[in-house]
Structures are given as structure tokens and as C-alpha cells.
Design a binder for this molecule. Structure first.
Ligand code: COA
Length: 686
């Protein structure tokens, strides 16, 4: 009677308990019908008949094998900080900052005290910056999740000929997600290894295990990233399907059997029918999750007063993921339009209410073929999301396109609609959230551009790091658009370390500034090439520093937070205007490469800034640039124009210098040639 999946779940629960050094007895297994099987498993495990594969604990082993994130040297960080900021400040600002930094770092001063506390902390926890970083980057941020925080992956446009095609797509997607989840549960996901700079190092896999098990709970001052702990007897799993702003519980395990693609299609069809029933329509409660975090925390506590709402919230918070079956959004579905729709759903009039932003993964399947995934970012980085999504899309390529619904329709209980009791107060809160989302929809200025002139193949041929090169092009594009350099963020993975997330590559280096100025002033090509090479070297060295845990942002954050914990008040060092400027990332960039046709996009992190995500391929580069219409300083289309021109100019510079080099070589060759001829003549005569 017991299906493979349930057996696997029990085995997992048993292994988990045994790995914690606990002894198991029958009565700890709450489900009586499983008792015999469980005891049999335990006995076999004890007798050693059943071998626990080492992969069962691979993440634990990997965690132990990986080094801890180092604490950089204080003086190095302070020197680098001044170097990073000098050209971004006025002379007066810089002189003030230099004094503050000197005092902070003086022998026997505050800096050394904080450094010693930070070193102590690093000895006692797996990753000294993890909590500080998570709070600072995400959980303390009060801004609404759509656009401001949650990135999206946009899938290739799907060509659905009939409504059932989109449901087939969704069924394949869910089935792939369940398969992927099984790999995670069995801990048999292949371990990632670093590519590119310092390739070959093993990477921390922890973020993967949060894909289906975490939830970002809103709080009045700070959110909480809740991780579902595996219970001894895990409950049957479910996903939430959103359709026409209604939420449905789709059990993926029925009668101890995991639903297959045909079953899933059957259940999705039932959901669509139920959602169409206008008499049963409930308010678009999901809009509340698109509100500011403090506002959503308040609305949630109002919702929680009713037991019906508590039950519904509980089902959403414990689901594996969401699948949002979206209505068609309009005729023209360019890359830019699809990116927009992924980021905010198009507001209440489109699919903005068909979302639940707290859940890490929301797969969007639009009736018009606009598909992708929106992710709550606090649990994992885009790279992990890409790996998972690529797995699903690759699974789907091999799936039958003519999936038919299951014959045994009647045997499957219908999915359940989640109920909400909405007081007038809640209706008002929904209206307010809808208005704010609508403002966001109007405000987002996004431009997705596929740059087809060349890709990383050309850059590699120049013997330059493609990432460093693209960062320089972004600096050049920005400088040409705005005539000044600004604090720039580029995410650098720290997954070489235990619990590693990211640090910042400060791409606006002094060398980059010198290069972009020379390019704009059209200096001679030899000089510009020399500056380009210097800027590439500086960017590549910073990248290496960052991925080996030696960058400055996390370190300064650690020192600031330790001072806060020690109740030292706000130190001059962190009150200083330069520190504030250093953290205003007007240019927020990230490389998110894919091996399947899709791209990532996200919003700016400051009101007058740009979000710039890029996906370098061998012969083209996809850029997704965002900003806000409300800022008079920014314009995504203009920035893309300058960026494209910058990329062309740098290529032309490389080509010109290569041609000049080749010509010089040829000239050298020619001046040597006559000698050869003379020699030949001489030898012939002799
Ligand atoms: N000459 C020729 N080839 C070079 C080169 C050179 N001088 N320098 C690098 N290359 C090659 C690399 O070997 C690599 O080859 P591959 O395509 O065969 O793997 C390729 O160019 C890319 O290397 P590079 O451009 O230097 O970048 P990278 O892949 O090392 O990436 C970061 C740099 C910072 C983006 C990466 O380390 C990182 O941290 N990524 C994570 C970013 C992230 O977290 N994003 C999501 C945030 S939500």
C-alpha cells in the first residue's frame, strides 16, 4: 500500500533522527499504519542491512569540508575603503572621511576593539556575516517585495494554441519541481563547483535546501526567514495554485502516491473551473503581500484574528511553491513587456493579485505564453534559482507535448479553495495595497536589450575577463549618460565558504574612472588601451578579493553591527556622509548567466538608480536595465543606448589596437625580409 515516495519520506525522517544521534522507537512515529514499515527500517539500519548512502548527508559533509569565511585585516579594509571612495567624493568630503577612518583604525582604537570581537564571533559561528548580512540586505528592508527586492527569471515566450496547453505546461513544470524536490530530499543533488575566476573550488549547497522549504514572514520591524524543519513524520506535501486571484490547495500526494503529470493536469483543470465560478470569488487577498513589509505585517495580524484566515495562511506558508495561472495580459509580448509582467504582474487590473510574494518560488504560467518564475530573494541567490529552473525547463523539453488528462478523474479529490473572511478593514487594506502596486506598475521603467554584436567569445579572444569587461562597459555607459562615477554594486558569490552568500565587487574603481574619462574625451587609442587594460586588471583583482572573502562591504557591516551589539551608539565612521554615499548603489549590477534560453531581471535598489542584470553568452549578451520613471535623473532606454555605444566603442578600440599591433608586426617582418633575400642571393651565388 505504501508508495515509493512515502517510503522515501519515512527513510529520510529516520535517517535525520539517527543522524542527530537520537534513538527511535515506534511511538515516535505518529502515523500508526506506518509503524511496521518504520520499525523494519530502523531494525535494518541498526543491523547494517540497510546502508545509508553518504549522499544522504552530503550537505552536512560539504558544510564541514568547506572553509569558514575569513575576517579580512582591518587596515587592508580601511585602505581599500578610502581608495574606493576617493574619486566618488569631493575633496572636502574625502579629507573629512580620511580623518575619521584614521581615527577609527588608530592603534588601540575602536576599530581594533571591534575587529577583535568580530574575530571572536567568527570562531563561534559557521559564518560571521550571515545573520548581519541577511538582516541588512533583506529582512530589515521595509520596501515592498515586487520590483524592489524579488527578481524574476523570464522564460522564452511559449506558444499556447489552446487554454489546455498552458495547463499542460504547468503540469510539466510542477512534475519537474517535484522531481527536483526529491533530489533535494535525497540529498543527491550534484555538488556545484566554481567556474570562471579561481575555478574548480567546491561550493556551498545550503541555499538549494531552502528553495521549497522557506517562507519570509512579515514583521513590524524586521521580517523572519522561516525554515520548515523536517518533522519526524513529514506531512503530505502540497502546492498552492493561484488562478483569478483565488488560491487553491493542490495536494501532490494522494493516497500515498505522488501525482503524475496526467493527474496534475486533471487537478489543474478542476482548479480553473472552480476559479471561474463567480459566485465563489473571494477578494484578491494576495495583493496584501505586495505591500510594504510593515504594512503587510499589520494586515496579516488583522487577518489572523479569524480562524478561517489563519488556516488559509498556514496552508500557504507551508506549501512547496506557488503556481500562478495568469490571464492573458495584452497583445504585444516583447522581452521588456514580459519582464515587467514577471516583476509586478501588471497590477490589479492584470495579474498583480494572482501572487503571494512571501513564498520563495512562484512559477508564472500565463495563458498568453508569458511564463517565468518570481523569487523571494532572502533565501537564496539567483544562481541557485537558475540551476533549479534550468533543470525544470530541460525536463520539459523531454516531456510529451500531448499530455492527456488522467482517466481516473473521479478518484482524485478536488483541490480546495482557500477561504478568507474579510472585514471592511481588510477590504480597505487590499484597496490601499492595490493602489501602491498600481503606482509601482506605472513607475517601473525597464528595458531588456539583446546585444547581438558580440559576446564573451570576442572578449575572451582579447584575453580579458568577460565579466570585468562588461562591468567596464556599464561604467562607461553610465558615465556617458550622467557624467560622473557612482557607487556600484556587483554581486560576488561567497559560496566557497560555509553558509556563503555574496559580497560586493565595487566596480567603480579609480582605474575604471580613468578609462571612462579617457574614452569620453577620445584620447589616443594607445593611451585608451593602456587604461582599459589597467581597469580590467583592477576589476579582476577586486573580483578575486571578493570571491575569496576579502572585500570590504561585509567587513564594514560586521564592524558596524558588532558596535551596535556592544551598544556603542552610532560611530562617526558609520555616520559619515561618505559611508552613506558608499551604500547608495545607484548602479546595482549582477551577472546571472544561463545555459537555457531565458533571462533574469530585477528593479533598482534606490529611487534614482539602475538595476542592471546581464547574461553573457558566447556570441551575445542579454541586458535587463531597470529604473523608475519618477526619477528625473534616470532613463533605462537612454542608459541602454549609452551602454550599447560603449560596448561598440570598446570593441572598436580592441580591434584597432589589434590591427595596429598586426601592422607593426608585419612592418617588422618586412624590414627583416630583404636581409633574407640578400642572404638567399649570396648563397645562390656561392
Ligand atoms: N582570458 C580569457 N578568458 C578568460 C579570462 C582571460 N583573461 N578571464 C576569464 N576568462 C574566462 C573564464 O575562464 C570563464 O570561462 P568559461 O566561460 O569557460 O567558464 C569566462 O571567461 C568567464 O569568466 P569571468 O568573466 O572572469 O567571470 P566569472 O565567471 O569568474 O564570474 C563573477 C565573475 C563575479 C560574476 C562570479 O565570480 C560570481 O560571483 N558570480 C555570482 C554572481 C551572483 O551571485 N549573481 C546572482 C546574484 S542574485
Amino acid at each position: 500500500v505504501v508508495g515509493m515516495c512515502m517510503r522515501r519520506q519515512i527513510a529520510r525522517a529516520v535517517c535525520l533522527e539517527l543522524s542527530k544521534g537520537k534513538t527511535l522507537s515506534h511511538d515516535r512515529m505518529r502515523n500508526p499504519c506506518m509503524g511496521r514499515l518504520t520499525s523494519c527500517l530502523v531494525k535494518n539500519l541498526e543491523k547494517g542491512k540497510l546502508v545509508m548512502r553518504s549522499e544522504s548527508f552530503s550537505s552536512r559533509h560539504v558544510l564541514q569540508a568547506l572553509p569558514k569565511l575569513p575576517v579580512p585585516n582591518l587596515k587592508d579594509t580601511l585602505d581599500r575603503y578610502l581608495r574606493c571612495m576617493k574619486h566618488l567624493l569631493t575633496e572636502e568630503q574625502f579629507n573629512k572621511t580620511q580623518n575619521i577612518v584614521m581615527q577609527f583604525g588608530a592603534p588601540g582604537g575602536v576599530g581594533e576593539l571591534l575587529q577583535s570581537k568580530l574575530t571572536e564571533r567568527s570562531e563561534n559561528v559557521a559564518n560571521w556575516v550571515y545573520d548581519y548580512w541577511l538582516n541588512d540586505m533583506y529582512l530589515n528592508n521595509r520596501l515592498a517585495l515586487p520590483v524592489n527586492s524579488s527578481p524574476a527569471m523570464v522564460f522564452p515566450q511559449q506558444n499556447f494554441m489552446a487554454p489546455i496547453d498552458s495547463l499542460r505546461f504547468a503540469a510539466h513544470l510542477i512534475s519537474g519541481a517535484l522531481e527536483y524536490k526529491t533530489h533535494l530530499d535525497d540529498r543527491d543533488l550534484p555538488v556545484d563547483y566554481a567556474r570562471g575566476q579561481l575555478a574548480g573550488t567546491r561550493l556551498c549547497m545550503e541555499q538549494y535546501y531552502r528553495l521549497f522549504t522557506s517562507y519570509r514572514l512579515p514583521g513590524p520591524e524586521r521580517d523572519t526567514l522561516v525554515a520548515q524543519e523536517s518533522s519526524v513524520m513529514p506531512e503530505p506535501e502540497h502546492i498552492i495554485v493561484a488562478c483569478k486571484n483565488q488560491f487553491f490547495v493542490l495536494d501532490v500526494m494522494i493516497n500515498f502516491r505522488q501525482l503524475n503529470q496526467r493527474d496534475l493536469l486533471t487537478q489543474l483543470e478542476k482548479i480553473v473551473k472552480m476559479a471561474d465560478n463567480e459566485e465563489e470569488q473571494l477578494p484578491p487577498i494576495g495583493l496584501l503581500t505586495s505591500d510594504g513589509r510593515t504594512e503587510w505585517a499589520e494586515s496579516r495580524s488583522v487577518l489572523m484574528r479569524e480562524s478561517t484566515n489563519r488556516d488559509s495562511l498556514d496552508m500557504i506558508e507551508r506549501c512547496l511553491c506557488l503556481v500562478c495561472l495568469d490571464d492573458a495580459s495584452g497583445p504585444e509580448l516583447s522581452d521588456t513587456k514580459r519582464a515587467m509582467l514577471m516583476l509586478h504582474g501588471g497590477g490589479l487590473t492584470k495579474n498583480g493579485g494572482n501572487r503571494w510574494y512571501d513564498k520563495p518560488m512562484q512559477f508564472i504560467v500565463g495563458a498568453d505564453g508569458c511564463c517565468g518564475v518570481v523569487c523571494e530573494h532572502s533565501a537564496f541567490e539567483g544562481i541557485v534559482l537558475v540551476q533549479c529552473t534550468e533543470y525544470l525547463l530541460k525536463c520539459m523539453i523531454g516531456s510529451p507535448s500531448k499530455l492527456v488528462r488522467a482517466a481516473s478523474v473521479s478518484e482524485l479529490p478536488a483541490p480546495r479553495r482557500l477561504r478568507w473572511k474579510c472585514t471592511p478593514e481588510i477590504h480597505k487594506l487590499i484597496t490601499s495595497a492595490a493602489d501602491k502596486l498600481q503606482r509601482m506598475v506605472k513607475n517601473l521603467d525597464i528595458n531588456v536589450h539583446k546585444f547581438h554584436d558580440y559576446g564573451k567569445g570576442f572578449i575572451k579572444k582579447q584575453k580579458m575577463s568577460p565579466d570585468a569587461y562588461i562591468q567596464l562597459a556599464l561604467q562607461l555607459g553610465f558615465y556617458r549618460c550622467h557624467g560622473r562615477p557612482v557607487s556600484t554594486y556587483e554581486s560576488a558569490s561567497l559560496r566557497r565558504f560555509q553558509q556563503g552568500r555574496v559580497d560586493n565587487i565595487r566596480s567603480a574603481t579609480p582605474e575604471a574612472f580613468a578609462f571612462v574619462k579617457a574614452m569620453t574625451e577620445r584620447k589616443n587609442s594607445t593611451k585608451m588601451m593602456e587604461l582599459l587594460k589597467g581597469a580590467i586588471t583592477a576589476q579582476t583583482s577586486y573580483t578575486r578579493l571578493a570571491i575569496t572573502g576579502m572585500a570590504i562591504d561585509n567587513h564594514l557591516l560586521g564592524l558596524r553591527e558588532i558596535a551596535h551589539e556592544m551598544k556603542m551608539g552610532k560611530l562617526e565612521m558609520f555616520k559619515d556622509e561618505a559611508y552613506l554615499i558608499s551604500n547608495q548603489f545607484i548602479l546595482s549590477t549582477s551577472q546571472v548567466p544561463t545555459t537555457v534560453e531565458m533571462f533574469c531581471c530585477y528593479g533598482p535598489v534606490v529611487p534614482n538608480g539602475y538595476g542592471a542584470c546581464y547574461n553573457p553568452q558566447s556570441d551575445h549578451i542579454i541586458f535587463s536595465v531597470s529604473s523608475f520613471h519618477e526619477s528625473e535623473q534616470t532613463c533605462s532606454a537612454e542608459f541602454v543606448k549609452c551602454l550599447v555605444q560603449g560596448l561598440r566603442d570598446v570593441r572598436d578600440l580592441c580591434n584597432k589596437c589589434n590591427a595596429d599591433c598586426a601592422a607593426t608586426e608585419e612592418r617588422k617582418g618586412q624590414t627583416q625580409k630583404p636581409k633574407k633575400e640578400v642572404y638567399l642571393l649570396l648563397t645562390n651565388r656561392s
